[in-house]
Design a protein around this ligand. Sequence first.
Ligand SMILES: [Zn+2]
Length: 155
Amino acid sequence: MEAPPLPPGASRLEAGDYDLLDRARRASERAWAPLSHLHVGAAVRWAGESGEFVGCNVEDLSQAGTVHAEQAALAGAILNRTSTSTSTARLLTHVAVFAFEAKTNRVASASPCGACRQLLLQFNPEARVLFTVGDDVVDSRLTELLPHPFELPRT
Ligand SMILES: [Zn+2]
C-alpha cells in the first residue's frame, strides 16, 4: 500500500535526516495492520559501519504479540551489527518513525510508545528521534521523551 508523502514539516530537516525519515515512510508501506489500519515504519541508524535498518509494525490478531516498527528495526540492527560486544554504549544514533492511516491515507502521529522508548533508550539516551505528527516532524532525543527510564540496579 502506497504511503502518503512526508509532511511539509519534513522540508526543514537536513538531507540525511530527511532520507532516514523517508526510509521509515517506505517501510510503513509494508506494515501488517489488519486491526488498526495504522501503518507504521521505522528506520534506525547505527553507529559505525553497521548502517541503517528498517522495520514495520506487524499486528497479531490476538493483540498479545504485536510487533512495533521500532522493535522490528532494532532487531535488524542487532542482527546485523558488526560487533558482537554486549556493550550498548552509544550504538544507536538516530530513530525515524512514520505512520499513516490506511483508510484515509493520511499521515498519523508516529510518536514512539513508552515500551519502545524504553527499549531504544538502552542503546543511547542521546539518540535523536524524528517522528511525524500531522503536518509536522518532531525532532527530539530519547532522554527528552523518557526522562526517567527504568534502570537495573548496578552491581
Ligand atoms: Zn512501540
